[in-house]
Design a protein around this ligand. Structure first.
Ligand code: ZN
Length: 128
């Protein structure tokens, strides 16, 4: 399938808008056809629907979008993780977080992992 003509309003800052869409998608928390998902992207309905229905073609055209978003999400998650552990973690994990810049959930002890999973605060607030 080839890419349908991109609507004029979407052409402006297209890559940035794709990134906003992809940020919500990669979090995997939302059905992308849900209105809530669209609200999180901040895109208009027309822009959003265009991206949904031309997703594969757009990702082929802008192949770095997925990797960029992945990198940004990792960074956000790591920053949030550090913040969370600095406040709620055990002594050992707090030490880990202090020494390591890019902390992942695998660096934590079982107890802190569990605590983190049960926490319902918006850990992955992407701030977009
Ligand atoms: Zn711990």
């Amino acid at each position: 399938m080839c890419l349908k003509p991109i609507p004029k309003e979407l052409q402006e800052k297209l890559e940035e808008k794709l990134i906003r869409y992809e940020l919500v998608r990669q979090q995997g928390k939302y059905n992308m056809l849900d209105k809530k998902a669209r609200e999180l992207t901040g895109l208009s309905e027309a822009e959003y629907m265009y991206i949904v229905s031309n997703y594969e073609e757009l990702m082929n055209k802008y192949p770095y979008t997925k990797a960029k978003v992945k990198e940004r999400l990792n960074y956000i998650m790591s920053a949030n993780l550090s913040k969370y552990i600095a406040i709620n973690g055990c002594e050992k994990c707090r030490q880990q977080v202090c020494e390591k810049l890019d902390v992942s959930i695998d660096d934590l002890c079982e107890e802190c992992k569990q605590k983190l999973k049960q926490d319902t605060s918006p850990l992955f607030d992407t701030g977009t």
